[in-house]
Design a protein around this ligand. Structure first.
Ligand code: AMP
Ligand code: MG
Length: 401
């Protein structure tokens, strides 16, 4: 038995991992290269948004007059397009200016009537109803100059990138993506594309884990599968720790004869905990190899994926103080029974169906932790707490995949 915390809760495991954060660096990038990155600074707006009063409709700009009766005919004084460059128009009593969406409000005007409600006859326009002040977008109504609209730690989603540009920022300080080494271990693993001999299987974890690392906003570095020997593993870990910020291994962390990740970490690395109270996925370990944080994930494909979502993703988010990628849980009613355990969080794969009563969770598949198809076809993972009933009809939290 290793001399470290053993078979602990996810929260306890999380607290231990967070004490060994990866090295973080900041870089400045043009905003068009920053999709999905995590902001390393607060961003204040350099301008008011909108920067000037403007029209939200194509139509006519005029003065609102509460005593007027409609239809009302006004003289057209000119056209105000959505450009700062044209000659400023002024609108007086009895006058209107043709205006385009986004064009600055001509001085003297304070209301807009959309073109569909106007009749144009040469130099005159007849308003069929009263013009509307609410079609004017007021200077600063969205954002005021100096307002901090994006905070350090926020992930730059597409709409947030648009906001950066709207606020006048061409470049942003973001955290450098972490390089995450992915090492599969096992003599039985063959790359897809080659033919299998009896006893061999296709290596799949590194592909799924690489996708998860990218989803989390970082850079996966896939290593060739490592043979089950102390020497090959030591060599791969040395290379990974000298070139990457975090190491993920898969396989070799259970009680088996060939579980060399655990043995090597025990004998030459530094294990901070081993085994966690989740099912599937109880065998993981965490520690450091030459001071690089290392997650020893289980070999079973569903387990390695689940442990990434429950432990590695929150660790990476915490390391950058980040709010993304956002994890969603929904309340759902179990429509198939799920067996809970006394001490583990049970993470069964469920299909979700939205109904008038709420979300329904079905468990249609064989649920072995080696069955990656059961994960690929699922929408969520049950977050069934230790001892919580998993009977049909129970409302539970589901982590959306
Ligand atoms: P282990 O923890 O090494 O005993 O692996 C547990 C199970 O997961 C075994 O059935 C392995 O063959 C399988 N396995 C381990 N690594 C991978 C991998 N990278 N891809 C697919 N299956 C794997
Ligand atoms: Mg193995």
């Amino acid at each position: 038995m290793v001399d470290c915390p053993y078979f602990i809760t996810v929260e306890e495991a999380m607290a231990i991992c967070q004490k060994s954060p990866p090295q973080i660096e900041v870089e400045t990038l043009p905003i068009w290269e920053s999709t999905g990155r995590i902001l390393a600074e607060d961003l204040a707006s350099k301008v008011d948004d909108p920067p000037f009063d403007n029209s939200s409709m194509d139509g006519f700009a005029c003065r609102f007059d509460s005593d007027a009766t409609y239809p009302l005919t006004l003289t057209i004084v000119g056209m105000q397009a959505a450009t700062g460059a044209n000659k400023p128009l002024t609108v007086g009593d009895g006058q209107a200016a043709r205006i385009m969406t986004g064009a600055p409000m001509p001085p003297g005007s304070d209301a807009i009537l959309p073109i569909e409600r106007c009749r144009v006859d040469q130099d005159n326009v007849t308003l069929l109803e009263a013009p509307k002040p609410h079609f004017v977008r007021r200077q600063g109504e969205n954002l005021q100059h100096g307002h901090i609209a994006l905070k350090k730690g926020q992930q730059l989603t597409p709409s947030r990138l648009g906001l950066c540009a709207t606020m006048g920022h061409a470049t942003v300080a973001v955290y450098r993506r972490l390089k995450v080494a992915i090492l599969s271990t096992g003599d039985e693993l063959k790359p897809p594309g080659e033919s299998l001999t009896h006893g061999e299987i296709y290596e799949s974890n590194s592909y799924g884990l690489a996708g998860l690392v990218e989803w989390a906003g970082h850079t996966p570095v896939r290593f060739p599968a490592v043979a089950d020997s102390m020497d090959s593993l030591r060599q791969a870990l040395n290379e990974a720790s000298s070139t990457c910020d975090v190491i993920l291994t898969s396989g070799g962390v259970s009680m088996g004869e060939f579980d060399y990740v655990r043995r090597l970490m025990e004998e030459e690395g530094d294990i901070h905990f081993w085994r966690m109270k989740i099912r599937p996925g109880s065998p993981p370990l965490f520690g450091t190899w030459s001071s690089t944080p290392l997650f020893g994930l289980p070999g079973n494909p569903v387990s390695s994926h689940v442990v990434f979502r429950m432990l590695v993703a929150p660790y990476l988010r915490h390391a950058l103080g980040s709010d993304g990628p956002k994890e969603w849980t929904v309340r759902a009613k179990l429509c198939d029974p799920v067996k809970s355990t006394k001490d583990c969080v049970t993470l069964r794969r469920v299909t979700l169906v939205s109904t008038e009563e709420g979300m329904m969770a079905y468990q249609p598949r064989h649920q072995g932790s080696g069955n990656i198809e059961s994960l690929a076809s699922a929408h969520g993972l049950t977050l069934l707490q230790p001892g919580q009933s998993g009977e049909v009809g129970t409302w539970i939290d589901v982590l959306v995949l």
